[in-house]
Design a binder for this molecule. Structure first.
Ligand SMILES: NC(=O)c1ccc[n+]([C@@H]2O[C@H](COP(=O)([O-])OP(=O)(O)OC[C@H]3O[C@@H](n4cnc5c(N)ncnc54)[C@H](OP(=O)(O)O)[C@@H]3O)[C@@H](O)[C@H]2O)c1
Length: 248
């Protein structure tokens, strides 16, 4: 699909499975950069087992950490640039109107909105390099793209019909991340970089819990199929793991 892929938040859950399936695919990307904030802790062990080459440390709310990852990735890629950036790292919060406090709201926004945007800002030179260097026309994940892992809980259009608890910090942060995706899609289109938001479904991970409907393998297989199908027309879209369009 792409020569080089970077995924954030790979210690567990959807990020770890994305890297596992990418590495196991019949034609794997030449470079897979699985980033996580504590690679040497037990949580980093599954990635170390999958990938034989270096992975970069990246705490997505820590600018020097992101910049360190950009340097390491740029060094590995030489002058080829980065084709596919998947902003997957995220945190949830079930705070209600009664229980929420401002610090929790700020922490969730820092991870789900500010972090992914900083990651794109810092990796932009590598994405631009890839967009220019592939010799491809149009937009695609094999040329240059940013995929933000979102959720339908962040859809304002679906809000009255989604019965879950308000989850103010989480839902508001993902709605804000969706706006970031739309703005990036509009701004980066002329640079040859595709941007999309993907809802992975309700997935059995630490965040999704065991009650979720989808296994992580099923969700990620769907996400990777959708990514391979994205084109010029899909830039700025909000899609689920089956490729269905969702209202913003
Ligand atoms: N599961 C679902 O049902 C569901 C549904 C819709 C959307 N999503 C979205 O899918 C994405 C992945 O969720 P998941 O279900 O895989 O969650 P998860 O199992 O809780 O895993 C979250 C991952 O994000 C990482 N992370 C959190 N903050 C980070 C930071 N500051 N820097 C780097 N990594 C960080 C975690 O690292 P640590 O191990 O270091 O904490 C972990 O690897 C999230 O964006 C989430 O909002 C999930």
């Amino acid at each position: 699909m792409a020569r080089s892929v970077l995924v954030t938040g790979c210690s567990r859950g959807i990020g770890l499975e994305l890297v596992r399936q990418l590495a196991a695919s019949p034609r794997p990307p030449l470079h897979i950069f699985a980033t996580c904030r504590h690679p040497q802790r037990p949580g980093g062990k599954p990635i170390r087992a999958i990938l034989h080459f270096a992975f970069s440390l990246a705490d997505t709310v820590n600018l020097p950490s992101i910049q360190g990852a950009v340097q390491a990735v740029g060094y590995h890629l030489k002058d080829q640039g980065l084709n596919l950036l998947i902003n997957n790292a995220g945190i949830s919060s079930h705070a209600t109107l009664h229980s929420l406090d401002s610090q929790e709201m700020l922490d969730v926004f820092a991870t789900n909105v500010v972090g992914p945007l900083q990651v794109v800002k810092e990796f932009l030179p590598l994405l631009e390099q890839a967009a220019k260097g592939t010799g491809k026309e149009g937009l695609s994940c094999s040329r240059a793209s940013v995929i933000n892992i979102s959720t339908k809980l962040g859809s304002i259009g679906l809000c009255p019909r989604v019965p879950e608890a308000p989850m103010y910090p989480y839902r508001a942060s993902k709605a804000a991340q969706n706006m970031v995706t739309r703005c990036l899609a509009a701004e980066l289109q002329d640079k040859g970089i595709l941007c999309c938001a993907i809802h992975p479904g309700w997935v059995k991970t630490d965040m999704g819990t065991e009650q979720a409907l989808l296994t992580v393998e099923h969700s990620v297989r769907g996400i990777l199929t959708v990514l391979a199908s994205l084109s010029q027309e899909s830039s700025g879209a909000f899609l689920d793991w089956e490729g269905n369009s969702l209202p913003w």
